[in-house]
Design a protein around this ligand. Structure first.
Ligand SMILES: Nc1ncnc2c1ncn2[C@@H]1O[C@H](COP(=O)(O)OP(=O)(O)OP(=O)(O)O)[C@@H](O)[C@H]1O
Length: 417
């Protein structure tokens, strides 16, 4: 699931004369108004322009939404999956100063609004309610800065730890401390202590800018109390909460020297994360190579992204007109393709579709791409982000189950986006 959170315009932004250029509307859409365009008129061309800047998400939160709402709509399902034995990951993505850390950690004076705290509290509470399993929890907290892994729970340790993978532990960091914990408060305490050692700098965009990716992992070991036939079932799952470094382009922070190297490493690892997510999400490339090894971040998160894992991405954006380009960059990258077929590339592999999926195609879910004239169908029984474009025969008998042979196996059709 991909969500977006628009933070309030800050006092500093208002003082600079910046204005609010985003609105969150019904249907989880975010409209971005180009501050250089005069949008006063309501003629068709202007309206079209306006619509071109609407971005669709699975969940969209305006400045009035609290972290609890973000938690309930985006994070809870990840926590539930972890309790059921799946790996889960929540990412906070966005430009510097957009609100990633605020969403993940909250402000010191507003402890009760932390999303991470809610996540670990619910995880612990669900474990306590479960009579069938005994639970043990461990926590580790690392940062990845300039492709080097530092243990935030043991800051004096070796400066660059290795990411390893084995059958017993999955992907993990060799030598990183994993502390046994018994309550959500303990996890938060460790995290607050570790956060002090995180690499932050003042950039042009944020006074306390995180220049590293911070990865908090809670390991959940569950052992069944009364196993059938004397044997006990065991489950091992991991919940990863990731506060990514700012995604802005290097020039924006006016960085040179060390800052420029940082910026390049941040962008490289974010790109490799995007490449992995795209490869995993692209159902037309089942079994395709996923480039986990391209960065430390993706190597570490390999078992939280692949297989039977559940992930949520929260994109933080500033509504400020002077951050418009960065905001658009985030919105464009994370926009869910199903919303507006007119402005997005769409792709299908129909030979993977089952008869019941084809049968679910209905005329109501059809949309026509104005530039190519192609008709797309959104099939809500399958992956939320996959558009199916039936071949010519299938179009004529959309309500039935068209013969598979009549459909070309792969078709890629691109609209304007
Ligand atoms: N939803 C919000 N409500 C109120 N204030 C917010 C909100 N989101 C962010 N802020 C404030 O905006 C400022 C920047 O936010 P934050 O430090 O979380 O950005 P960031 O995306 O983590 O930046 P960086 O990548 O540079 O670390 C902070 O002062 C924070 O308190």
């Amino acid at each position: 699931m991909v969500g977006v959170r628009v933070r309030p315009l800050s006092a500093a932004e208002s003082a600079r004369g910046a204005v609010d250029c985003l609105s969150v509307t019904e249907g989880n859409k975010v409209f971005a108004r180009d501050p250089d365009e005069k949008m006063g008129g309501r003629d068709y061309l202007r309206l079209q322009q306006f619509n071109d800047h609407a971005y669709q998400f699975d969940a969209a939160f305006g400045p009035e939404s609290g972290s609890s709402e973000v938690y309930a709509r985006l994070v809870r399902r990840v926590v539930t999956a972890v309790i059921d034995g799946y790996n889960g990951a929540c990412f906070a993505y966005g430009a510097t100063g957009s609100g990633k850390t605020h969403t993940m950690l909250g402000q010191p004076q507003a402890c009760n609004s932390r999303r991470e705290e809610e996540a670990v509290e619910e995880l612990m509470a669900a474990a306590l309610r479960d009579d069938d399993f005994d639970y043990k929890f461990g926590v580790s907290y690392v940062e990845i800065y300039n492709e080097k892994v530092k243990d935030l729970l043991n800051p004096d340790s070796q400066a660059d730890l290795e990411v390893r993978e084995d059958a017993k532990h999955g992907t993990h960091i060799q030598g990183a401390v994993e502390l046994a914990v018994g309550s959500a408060a303990e996890i938060m305490e460790h995290m607050q202590r570790g956060s002090v050692y995180r690499t932050t700098e003042a950039t042009n965009c944020n006074e306390v800018s995180s220049r590293s990716h911070a990865v908090l992992q809670v390991t959940v070991k569950a052992v069944q109390r009364y196993g059938e036939g004397g044997g006990s079932k065991r489950r091992l799952a991991k919940m990863s909460l990731i506060d990514l470094a700012g995604s802005e382009r290097a020039y924006k922070t006016d960085n040179r020297g060390q800052r420029l190297v940082e910026g390049r490493n941040i962008n490289r690892s974010l790109l490799s994360l995007a490449n992995c997510i795209n490869a995993l999400a692209d159902r037309t490339r089942k079994g395709a190579h996923v480039p986990y090894r391209d960065s430390k971040l993706t190597r570490l998160l390999k078992d939280s992204l692949s297989g039977t894992s559940v992930a949520a991405m929260l994109c933080a954006v500033s509504p400020s007109s002077d951050q418009y380009e960065e905001t658009l960059n985030t919105l464009k990258r994370q926009d869910v393709p199903r919303a507006s077929p007119e402005v997005h590339a769409a792709y299908v592999q129909l030979d993977n579709m089952e008869a019941d999926e084809l049968a679910a195609i209905s005329e109501e879910s059809a949309a026509r791409d104005p530039s190519s004239g192609a008709v797309y169908y959104y099939n809500d029984q399958s992956s939320a982000t996959t558009w199916h474009r039936p071949g010519p025969q299938a179009l004529g008998q959309a309500a039935g189950a068209p013969p598979r042979t009549a459909i070309s196996p792969r078709e890629y059709t691109f609209g304007r986006g």
